[in-house]
Write a protein of this length. Structure first.
Length: 153
């Protein structure tokens, strides 16, 4: 089997591992929060949102690192992608934290996250045919936007 055919499988497996790790982290965080509450309180309903935020963060980190490597090699074609991902990462982090505490401001932040992640998804999609990191980041943004729309105020 040549390396070109095995590389996407490796990346896909790595992505699935990262998604699984994000889901486990979200579940552990949610269960910890639920354990601190009295028994008559509901369990956090935002586990899907948290998991997709974590996936955006992980795939975004990989995309950003890839962009940095290209820029180091004097390839500036990814500068816009790098900037969009850099905007997206702190927003997904903030939203995941508000989702884990079930903040009353979650819907408001979700609206802003939709706009920022939409920009990131569009820019990454431009490079998806050449760079698997961009494709995975774009796909993660699509999933995250779908979850954000469920709670956007």
């Amino acid at each position: 089997m040549d390396n070109n055919k095995t590389e996407p499988l490796t990346n896909l497996s790595r992505r699935n591992l990262l998604i699984g790790a994000a889901a486990v982290s979200a579940t552990v965080a949610t269960n910890a929060l639920a354990g601190e509450q009295h028994h008559h309180h509901q369990v956090n309903k935002n586990t899907g949102l948290i998991a997709t935020a974590m996936d955006c963060i992980q795939t975004g980190d990989a995309c950003l690192a890839h962009c940095f490597e290209l820029v180091k090699g004097k390839d500036t074609s990814m500068a816009d992608c790098m900037n969009m991902v850099a905007d997206m990462l702190p927003m997904c982090t903030a939203l995941s934290k508000l989702a884990s505490t079930q903040s009353t401001h979650l819907g408001d932040l979700a609206k802003l996250c939709i706009a920022i992640c939409d920009d990131c998804e569009k820019e990454c999609r431009k490079h998806a045919d050449k760079h698997v990191e961009c494709k995975e980041c774009a796909n993660a943004c699509t999933d995250f936007i779908r979850e954000c729309k469920k709670i956007a105020a």
